[in-house]
Design a protein around this ligand. Sequence first.
Ligand code: NDP
Length: 292
Amino acid sequence: MNPKIIDGKKVATELLDMLRNEVTTFRKQFHRKPGLAVILVGNNAASSIYVKNKISQTMQVGMESFEHHLKEQTSEIELLTLINALNNSEKIDGILVQLPLPAHIDAKKVLLAINPTKDVDGFHPYNAGQLATGGEGLTPCTPLGCMMLAKSIIGNLTGVEAVIVGRSNIVGKPLAQLLTAANATVTLAHSGTQDLQSVCRRAELLIVAVGQPKMVQGSWIKPGAVVIDVGINRLLDLETQKHILVGDVDFDAALPIAKAITPVPGGVGPMTIACLLQNTLLSANRRERQVV
Ligand code: NDP
């Protein structure tokens, strides 16, 4: 692989190998497996693939997976009742509700119902607050993965000029908190940002999470910058008539300019599941040590 291309699969595999060893130690010490419950409502094709991957990797690191595949017509109250049961189950250390949920279910209400100590996605306002105030909580997985990839190239982030494009609660905002805590100088850009191109060109570390295929052009990138592309966009390749995945950055244009860049797929994506399992083990250890 071109040394400029950040191999997310390799970094994720290293993390998973480490987790497998730590899970072995956990099982010897506490005579049980860390348990992750995954809830899928309905038959969204992309969600089903994500869930299948999560379950398979959970088992590969030696954890126990509890799958709850509910029918599309499941009522909000039925889902909340299941979450309540999982909150109270000794076997469950992490609860993940795969989004999006069907329109008749209030996703905010569902995420609020998860016990924050088992909220391995880190989406609960309690965990968002802990992250913002430097407290102990669970941090969203994709931002954690981005941080690991950035550090794998840059090392110490102190003083680094970092620009994040996209301010969602699950990627941009928590990433801004993590980078700030790591002493980077952070700009959080969004659709209201003026002259986005110039803002991006300032970045020594540019992280893009907008959901707009190939929006960031080569000319937006500072020579020698490290570029982390979070975007996952499905496009029809006109030549082959097959669907392909592309990021939010024009990869071919950015590659010669950047110091290093993540590919899509194979960059941030693999890190997200590995970080989910890391959060599950963290939660399991905290519960056994009664520090939650
Ligand atoms: P959201 O749609 O929730 O947020 C998108 C953000 O991008 C918003 O803050 C929006 O600004 C900003 N934005 C959109 N268009 C522009 C524009 N033209 N200029 C500047 N800012 C813009 O998306 P997510 O954060 O959930 O996801 C972003 C991308 O990352 C998607 O492609 C998604 O599939 C991918 N993703 C990948 C993951 C992985 O594991 N690799 C995990 C999660 C997401 P505003 O707030 O002003 O509207």
